[in-house]
Design a protein around this ligand. Structure first.
Ligand code: UD1
Length: 430
């Protein structure tokens, strides 16, 4: 298994191109199931999760074409891909394909809407909590679906004539349930209202894609989405938004290592809350024409408390990276995780660098230390793994990050992007 080797201590200086957002690309790809016409997506990142979803969609009968170059090392522009689901040949998403990635469960929405039936394996994904699917099930039931669980599969059937619009009130903000119910409702008869909907920028990207495909959706970007069902959707061409989690990750890496970096393509409005906290911690942030400039000012890092919340709050997908950053701050930072109950697995690994972190319930208390020391560490989930890279950039000596397949699921050419800015980092094949 490949590993990543880092020798810490170098500043980061230069430009880092931000790739298309994984969490937008995946549901946009899934939206292609809603129409028999081609859906063209620009700026699709080259990631293991994207490839895995390609396999799942192909199994349903989606024809996938990649235009231009693919997977060359120095390719900065995202891929342009066309997804054509002319005929759905199979409405089952099997365990072997769904178990490695939770988002693949979301195909249940479009399959049910278009084919009036779906049999989808219960999902897998990062082990960051129990991550149930009860909101999906109760939401689809509100649209008239009949749902059973059978041998690890969710089996869903729409009423004769298709789904029927209804009101879905999500008990807790859920990105996946919002995507899925919104997609299902586009082809339902009548009007659906999703209350307490997620309003993450990726939801907006998908909602705008659905509108470009002929869907009728209002309230985009708010907690209440109203979807008036239409008979059919058609093809469209849509850009995947820049990855705000990748942007925030590199902002924290730059803050950790010091230096001056332009995050090319990054959008401040997609991660204002995280950038505000970084500002309070002593990092200079400026929106420039080409992206976001991040510079560590001369005063060192101050500890700042953070509550993790759904958008527009501080994202849970940046919690581990922020914790890595706070290990080198002056003072004590309390980080409260409110979204996933088991998202502190990186704490034990950060401790291997000499970090001082205590966890009590949902709160991690980080007391800054004057020095981190390089160590052998293990990636436990996607975002946690990159927090270890961030710690390694500031640690003295050598760090070896094991099990980096998690990183490849969600970060495009991570080591190369950092190396170009001066980091001593390499992939060690194994
Ligand atoms: C998405 C993101 C993930 C991010 C998360 C929260 C993608 C591909 N993944 O994951 O990177 O960390 O949003 O921003 O976009 N819940 C239930 N029942 C359900 C559904 C969710 O209890 O049926 C709970 C979850 O356990 C969690 C909370 O709701 O506690 C939010 O999860 P959700 O927003 O659904 O996360 P994902 O969509 O899986």
């Amino acid at each position: 298994m490949d590993r990543i080797r880092i020798v810490g201590g170098n500043e980061l200086n230069g430009e880092i191109p931000i790739s298309g957002a994984k969490n937008a690309a995946l549901p946009l790809m899934i939206a292609s199931l809603l129409t028999d016409e081609p859906l063209v997506l620009n700026n699709v990142p080259r990631l293991a999760d994207v490839k895995q979803l390609e396999r799942i969609l192909e199994n349903h009968g989606v024809d996938i074409a990649v235009h231009g170059r693919r997977l060359t090392d120095d390719d900065e522009a995202g891929q342009q891909m066309t997804f054509t689901a002319q005929t759905i040949v199979d409405t089952c998403a099997p365990y072997e394909l769904v178990s490695t990635m939770r988002a693949s469960f979301w195909v249940i929405g479009p399959l049910l809407a278009r084919e009036h039936e779906a049999r989808v394996s219960l999902p897998g994904g990062c082990a960051i909590g129990t991550r149930p699917v009860d909101f999906f099930i109760s939401g689809l039931k509100q649209l008239g679906a009949e749902i059973d669980i059978d041998e690890g599969y969710v089996v869903a059937r729409a009423p004769k004539g298709g789904l029927i619009g209804g009101t879905v009130n999500l008990p807790k903000v859920s990105v996946g349930a919002t995507h899925t119910i919104m997609m299902a409702a586009t082809l339902a008869r009548g009007t659906t209202v999703i209350e307490n909907a997620a309003m993450e920028p990726e939801i907006t990207n998908v909602a705008e894609c659905l509108v470009a495909m002929g869907a009728k959706i209002t309230g985009i970007g708010t907690r209440t989405l109203t979807i008036e069902g239409v008979d059919r959707l058609h093809g469209a061409t849509v850009d995947v938004i820049p990855d705000r989690i990748e942007t925030g990750t590199f902002a924290m890496a730059s803050a950790m290592a010091g230096g001056n970096v332009l995050l090319r393509g990054g959008r401040v409005e997609h991660l204002q809350s995280a950038l505000d906290i970084l500002g309070q911690a002593g990092v200079d942030i400026a929106q420039e024409e080409g992206g976001i400039r991040v510079q560590r000012n001369g005063n060192g890092l101050q500890a700042v408390d953070v509550d993790i919340d759904p958008f527009p709050g501080f994202p849970t997908d940046l919690q581990a990276q922020y914790m890595a950053l706070m290990t080198r701050s002056t003072g004590v930072a309390n980080i409260r995780e409110t979204i996933f109950e088991n998202r502190f697995m990186h704490v034990a690994e950060l401790a291997r660098f000499g970090a001082d972190i205590r966890v009590e319930g949902q709160v991690a208390t980080v007391t800054g230390v004057p020095e981190l020391r390089g160590a052998q560490v293990m990636a436990t989930d996607l975002r946690a793994s990159v927090s270890l890279v961030i710690a390694g950039l500031a640690a003295t000596g050598e760090t070896m990050v094991n099990r980096i397949y998690h990183l490849d699921r969600g970060f495009e050419r991570l080591e190369e992007k950092l190396r170009r800015c001066g980091a001593e980092i390499e992939r060690v094949p194994g």
